[in-house]
Design a protein around this ligand. Structure first.
Ligand code: AHR
Length: 505
């Protein structure tokens, strides 16, 4: 068995974990809303048409915030279409996904769903085809108590109390040529700044996310952040990052190493934010909102077929990636990377939540099941709360096509407010189990409470409606702890959650 060591100290901290790093995303896309969270007529649907089986799965994860309503969709969306009597809401072409938006689910319905899901709404405004006036209006409609045309309209539409939306995205991926109303960095920075000012004048308690690059592979990456932040730094709170990975060449070691890129991406954007801070002689720190992350490539060919069969449907089966076991390992490593950067990554959204590149799948009229990536996401959200610890990990490394020195053991740790310690660990080794020695001496007496393991002998194994527990967590081999030192066996290719609880004297 190979060996790795981890040293933890209760005083060696990265910072408090913002629970919003376990956020997710629901876009008006494919079957995320229509056939996902909302399916009137489904045996589990409530009076509003929301599927209870889906809500249960969302609550099982514990999702603190959900970004809505897009995504690319939002850049052509008129929020006014989505409020008021349903039978008067317009049906419109959505040019982002070549579908028809019926507006059957709109702002009020989504806020109702969010309450049932125990989550907060992170609302994206349209800065593609629209601008600051519309941005101001939606904040007034949603958050102003009353006595104005827009806030009174909200009351008339059924919400006496303000919707209380605290976190807002200033558009989506505005650097991308695929985006309706895409912009240059200067154009976007200017419009984002003007919108931000007006939105905060309406409600100073809100926080705003400005669009960073749609990915670090964009030719304008870096320059985009510098230029747009130069325009809007003083009035925004976070910069967005988006990143999706794939394994089209079937290179598992290379695929599992992708978090090296993720870490670089985060550090580069932090450096740019701080450079603009310095240049502006500002005291304010702009943090990161990693509001789209996941694996996305399995469904690419299927999507072409769906559109070939006909555009402009509603609830088309788009972006329905079926996730395998290696995807769950990468998702686990991505969560570990966010925890390691918890001092600057304050929001992160697994894109998306239901049916569309999602941990939760449904069949129209049928069942609801957890995909492989559901598990690391749920474990991190449930157990990765409190303080992120600086873990010193000594592990053998490997080289692959794009990276050198990739740690075979990718691990980090958190300390909860009751003094419990949780270690999250991915073993990237294709062949070997590891003996992981963890130095926990500074925490006082701890007991090994639980070792949760996700492993499958086949990296391509998936969950389906018929076989929903094919890739599911179970008890790991565990180990022992004595004198503040734990020794845990970490099986080859696995996701591990190792929980230690304080022992009362
Ligand atoms: O999450 C799917 C899409 O990916 C989003 O609509 C867009 O923002 C990104 O390109």
């Amino acid at each position: 068995m190979k060996k790795a060591t981890m040293i933890l100290d209760k005083d060696y901290q990265i910072g408090r974990i913002d629970k919003r790093i376990y956020g997710s995303f629901i876009e008006h896309l494919g079957r995320a809303v229509y056939g996902g969270i909302y399916e009137p007529g489904h045996p589990t649907a409530d009076a509003l048409g929301f599927r209870q089986d889906v809500l249960e799965k969302v609550r099982e994860i514990g999702v603190p915030v959900v970004r809505y309503p897009g995504g690319n969709f939002v850049s052509g969306f008129n929020w006014e279409d989505s409020v008021g009597p349903r039978d008067q809401r317009p049906h419109r072409l959505d040019l982002a996904w070549f579908t028809t938006e019926t507006n059957a689910v709109g702002l009020h319905e989504f806020c109702e769903w969010a309450k049932k899901a125990d989550t907060d709404v992170m609302y994206a405004i349209n800065l593609g085809t629209r601008g600051p006036e519309n941005a101001r209006d939606i904040v007034e409609y949603a958050n102003h108590p009353g006595g104005t045309r827009l806030s009174d309209l909200r009351v008339k539409n059924g919400a006496k109390d303000p919707l209380g939306i605290k976190l807002w995205c200033l558009g989506n991926e505005m650097d991308g040529p695929w985006q309706m109303g895409s912009k240059t960095a200067f154009e976007y920075g200017h419009i984002a700044n003007e919108s931000a000012k007006m939105m905060k004048w309406v409600d100073p308690s809100i926080e705003l996310v400005a669009c960073g690059s749609s990915g670090s592979g964009m030719p304008t990456f870096g320059d985009w952040e510098l230029t747009m932040l130069n325009e809007c730094y003083d009035n925004i709170d976070y910069v967005s990052l988006h990143r999706y990975y794939g394994n089209p060449t079937n290179d598992t070691p290379g695929f599992l190493a992708r978090t090296m890129d993720l870490d670089d991406f985060i550090h580069t954007v932090v450096a740019i934010c701080d450079a603009v801070k310095g240049k502006k002689h500002s005291k304010k720190v702009v943090n990161l909102s990693f509001d789209e992350w996941n694996v996305w490539y399995h469904s690419n060919e299927q999507d072409k077929e769906v559109w070939k069969r006909g555009k402009w449907g509603c609830g088309l089966p788009l972006l329905e990636d079926v996730y395998n076991f290696e995807d769950a390992l990468l998702a686990g490593s991505m969560l570990i990377t966010f925890l390691r950067n918890a001092d600057r990554v304050k929001v992160a959204c697994l894109a998306q939540l239901v049916n569309v590149i999602a941990p939760i799948m449904t069949r129209n009229g049928g069942g609801c099941w957890a995909q492989t990536i559901f598990y690391p996401y749920m474990h991190a959200s449930r157990y990765g709360r409190g303080t992120a610890l600086k873990a010193l990990v000594d592990t053998p490394v490997y080289d692959c096509k794009d990276y050198e020195g990739v740690p075979l053991i990718d691990a980090t740790a958190t300390m909860d407010d009751e003094g419990g310690v949780t270690v999250f660990c991915v073993n990237r080794d294709m062949k070997n189990d590891f003996q992981l020695s963890i130095d926990l001496r500074s925490f006082g007496k701890l007991a090994l409470k639980e070792h949760i393991l996700l492993h499958h002998d086949d990296v391509k194994a998936v969950n389906t409606e018929e076989n929903p527990m094919n890739v599911a967590p179970g008890a790991g081999p565990g180990g022992r702890i004595s004198g503040g030192r734990a020794t845990i066996r970490v099986p080859r290719l696995s996701w591990n959650v190792i929980r230690f609880a304080p022992v009362e004297n």
